[in-house]
Design a protein around this ligand. Structure first.
Ligand SMILES: Cc1cc2nc3c(=O)[nH]c(=O)nc-3n(C[C@H](O)[C@H](O)[C@H](O)COP(=O)(O)OP(=O)(O)OC[C@H]3O[C@@H](n4cnc5c(N)ncnc54)[C@H](O)[C@@H]3O)c2cc1C
Length: 369
């Protein structure tokens, strides 16, 4: 089988496929095969998927597990301490902050040890259906025939553009996310959030015993292109009304290159996610905003479920249909709820209850994928 993309979905799938005895080749376009150095939150369902790959304990050991989130007014006054939906009965914390490079290293080492054959700096150029196989040409001139090709190549998936040319491009939601890493403040033992004016949400999330990251969601009308050199000034400006622990964190802002700004974009490809012997996974099929911190969870669950379906079904076609049946509604729910919460942040509506919606969906996600 061929996996295109060596990110969270592709690596997790490589490991999951090796665990059911399949031969796996993986191609990754980025020859350095690195990821940017800020944190993400792994929710309990992500940790459950990682446990199925044998990696949850390692993630919790290098990351920072926690069970509550603290919510404050913009000025720093505590509003509420919220217990997050969790899988404590399965021995998993509700959430675990982790540096993306640390997660990447764990997945990469596990994939390589499991025998995934990796080629870097190349991608697919064409995919032609043949009876029971896909004939693939690569950008280095090589070719191969595979029982299945998985497009795990992220939100701007090239595989998706080859096989689902009618799929809508990713859609900008109106918000952007700013992040940088800094030493963990002793008070930050869980996600510490501040709800600000102007549709802004700031937070501090521990990612290890020594580090945390600052995040800010902000409305960014017109999806501006921001020059790297301007990022500290722009971020400082957006943080200036926040109190609590935010001013001290802002004082530790790093060099511009270490401030990661991303416009928020979504994508949801209609099911089924396969055509012939090509199937999509992770952000290539469904990309969401960070409001629920579920993008990586969905990618990890895709990997575990796709391998499970391939193992159980008698034909590849049956397996791929079953995969979409098990995944589409769950991913749609995450994408739509996340977009809705962002919309409410930008345009408050009477009676809207974003906390209740987030809680409802997060609770649903505690059911097995
Ligand atoms: C601002 C922000 C904050 C987020 N925070 C969280 C969070 O807290 N928790 C969470 O769960 N999720 C979070 N996410 C979402 C999460 O990062 C993604 O859902 C996750 O990375 C998806 O994994 P993936 O493997 O599908 O895609 P990616 O991680 O993007 O990996 C795709 C891989 O494919 C490679 N590739 C690309 N094109 C090609 C090609 N043509 N050929 C070969 N290889 C290719 C890329 O180099 C990359 O290695 C966040 C996202 C954003 C934007």
């Amino acid at each position: 089988m061929l996996v295109v993309g060596g990110g969270i979905a592709g690596l997790a799938l490589g490991i999951a496929l090796r665990r059911i005895g399949r031969t796996v080749e993986l191609v990754e376009l980025n020859s350095a095969w690195n990821v940017y150095g800020v944190g993400i939150i792994l929710q309990a369902n992500a940790l459950r998927a990682l446990r199925q790959l044998g990696l949850s304990d390692a993630c919790v050991a290098v990351g920072y597990p926690y069970t509550v989130s603290l919510h404050h007014e913009e000025d720093g006054q505590l509003q509420a301490t919220r217990h997050k939906p969790s899988l404590l009965d399965e021995g998993l914390p509700a959430s675990c902050g982790i540096l993306r490079p640390a997660l990447h290293d764990l997945l990469r080492e596990a994939a390589l040890s499991a025998g995934v054959q990796v080629r870097l700096g190349i991608t697919v150029t064409t995919i032609v259906d043949e009876p029971d196989t896909a004939h693939v040409s690569f950008s280095d001139g090589s070719e191969g025939r595979y029982a299945l090709v998985v497009g795990a190549d992220g939100i701007r998936s090239h595989v998706r553009s080859l096989r689902f040319p009618e799929a809508q491009p990713p859609r900008f939601t109106g918000q952007g996310c700013w992040r940088f890493t800094l030493p963990r403040a002793a008070e930050v033992k869980s996600a510490v959030m501040y709800h600000g004016r102007h549709a802004r949400l700031a937070g501090l999330v521990p990612v290890s015993q020594d580090q945390m990251y600052l995040l800010l969601l902000s409305e960014e009308p017109g999806n501006p292109r921001l020059a790297e050199a301007d990022l500290p000034r722009l971020l400082n400006d957006r943080l200036r009304h926040f109190g609590g622990l935010i001013p001290a964190a802002a004082m530790q802002m790093p060099a511009p290159k270490d401030i990661i700004y991303r416009p928020l974009e979504t994508q949801l490809v209609s099911a089924p996610w396969h055509r012939g012997r090509v199937v999509l996974a992770g952000d290539a099929a469904h990309a969401t905003t960070p409001h629920m911190a579920q993008g990586a969870s969905m990618a990890l669950e895709d990997a575990v479920v796709l391998a499970d379906c391939l193992d159980a079904a008698s034909t590849v076609e049956q397996a791929l249909q079953r995969y979409a049946d098990r995944r589409f509604e769950r991913c749609r729910r995450v994408v739509e709820a996340s977009v809705q919460v962002g919309r409410w942040q930008m345009q408050p509506e009477a009676g809207a209850d974003p906390i209740a919606l987030l809680r409802e969906v997060a609770t649903e996600l505690m059911r097995p994928a």
